[in-house]
Design a protein around this ligand. Sequence first.
Ligand SMILES: [Zn+2]
Length: 230
Amino acid sequence: MPELVFFSGTMDCGKSTLALQIEHNRSTRGLQGMIFTRNDRAGEGKLSSRLGLVTDAVEAAEGFDFYAYLVAHLSQGNRADYVIVDEAQFLAGEQIDQLARVVDDLELDVFAFGITTDFRSKLFPGSQRLVELADRVEVLQVEALCWCGARATHNARTIGGEMVVEGAQVVVGDVNQSPDEVGYEVLCRRHHRRRMTAAAAHAAALSPDVLPVDPSSPADSVSRSPSSRA
Ligand SMILES: [Zn+2]
């Protein structure tokens, strides 16, 4: 039975690498996939992985109809044995419904890859609809780590290394951005709640106000900033 499978996780957990691996495994078995993505870091019409692999893809922009596209593709005599959709969190709910219809009516496997929650730890609309409709949800086992070494379960948006909690849901950026740009960092829940990015932790470690508190001045520990208590 064909399936709609949602491979979910944080940023930096290897989703695009797995998408490319699935594509590789199936194409070496003689199967032909249709690859879609949206807002990939490598630019329009590309599916890229942080490990440096890249392949061409169809850009599924706003209003793109997956079902109609695949019906047209197949009726023109082209082949598609399965479908891969990367950056599925950016899709509209109705586009996920179209993918479910591709599974049910065209009998193709659809492998969707996406970040579960945004920088405010709210579900992306595409991810929400995938959780609702998918035959299977796979939480990726290639686990990203917070700077503290704990499992990173949350995505933080940063500007100049500082975590921000307001702004548009979709601002394309990536981990390892240069300072002052919008970037992203994966954190454990504890450090996401405390807005403690790696840069903030580093700065706090160098700051005199986190040196061991003088036991003779207990008030000092109360007045310290929350970020120094991580
Ligand atoms: Zn942490």
